[in-house]
Design a protein around this ligand. Structure first.
Ligand code: SF4
Ligand code: F3S
Ligand code: FES
Length: 250
């Protein structure tokens, strides 16, 4: 028989036991109110559910007006980054049992909220586009694939893992104060091509990143590395790019 627990009860419930999670969610709807507000919901979930499941429970059974982005539900698409108990996380990767008995959910910081947990991602993607995040090689079509040694591939392996969730950029205090800063995610994606032996546009990207909106805005605070759900060593990638500008290639 299913056992229901109240918010505040013990957190060692069995995986399939129904528990009650208190959710405090930051709401915003400019058509209703000028300022954001907080709503609270108590939802029935299982300890192994994710916060995304709990948000669905709110949206599907308590308040259908709750607005959030999500797609894959498996940590791949990067669309559900949000502040969960004050830390940038993917809602589909945080388990209910790890936050019981209550959780606070807010939109990521530094980007303009549009509605509830949805923010305007355009400044984030503008930074991404500015670093030319695609392979550029004007040496003509090769007869076969462009070969690369394991060592050459290893040089940028870490930065291929980015899913563009924005958890890094929106945890960066420099970005909070200045949306013009391209931000760590754009630098990670520039790194992925700058250090690719098949690419020929490293100087162009390093020029963009040497401008006043580029890498030297970074003050090495490491928030970005701590926030990355893919475990990318973001600050190390930024340091690689700084060094390339200062000593190596530009
Ligand atoms: Fe997200 Fe990590 Fe990519 Fe930043 S570097 S956008 S935190 S996956
Ligand atoms: Fe910001 Fe990361 Fe640099 S948090 S200051 S980009 S190390
Ligand atoms: Fe795709 Fe969470 S919904 S990463």
């Amino acid at each position: 028989m299913a056992v229901t627990r109240e918010p505040g009860d013990r957190t060692d419930a069995a995986p399939d036991e129904t528990v009650q999670l208190l959710m405090r969610i930051r709401r915003y709807n400019p058509e209703l109110r000028a300022d954001p507000w907080w709503d609270e919901f108590t939802v029935d979930v299982e300890p192994t559910d994710r916060i995304l499941d709990a948000l669905h429970e709110v949206k599907w059974h308590h308040d259908g007006t709750l607005a959030l982005r999500r797609s894959c539900a498996h940590g791949i698409c990067g669309s559900d980054a949000m502040l969960i108990n004050g830390v940038n996380r993917l809602a589909c990767k945080v388990l209910v049992k790890d936050v019981m008995p209550k959780v606070t959910v807010e939109p990521i910081r530094g980007l303009t909220p549009l509605k509830d947990l949805i923010v305007d991602m355009e400044p984030f993607f503008a930074g991404y586009r500015s670093v030319l995040p695609f392979l550029i090689n004007d040496e003509g079509e090769p007869d076969r694939e462009r070969k690369q040694s394991p060592e050459e591939r290893e040089r940028y392996d870490d930065t291929t893992k980015c899913i563009l969730c924005a958890a890094c950029t929106t945890s960066c205090p420099i970005f909070w104060g200045d949306e013009e800063y391209v931000g760590p995610a754009a630098i990670v994606n520039a790194h992925r091509f700058i250090f690719d032996s098949r690419d020929r546009a490293d100087r162009e990207r390093l020029k963009v990143l040497s401008e006043k909106t580029g890498v030297f805005r970074c003050r090495t605070t490491f928030n970005c590395t701590e926030a990355c759900p893919r475990g990318i060593k973001v600050t190390r990638a930024i340091q690689d790019v700084k060094r390339a500008i200062l000593f190596d290639r530009y």
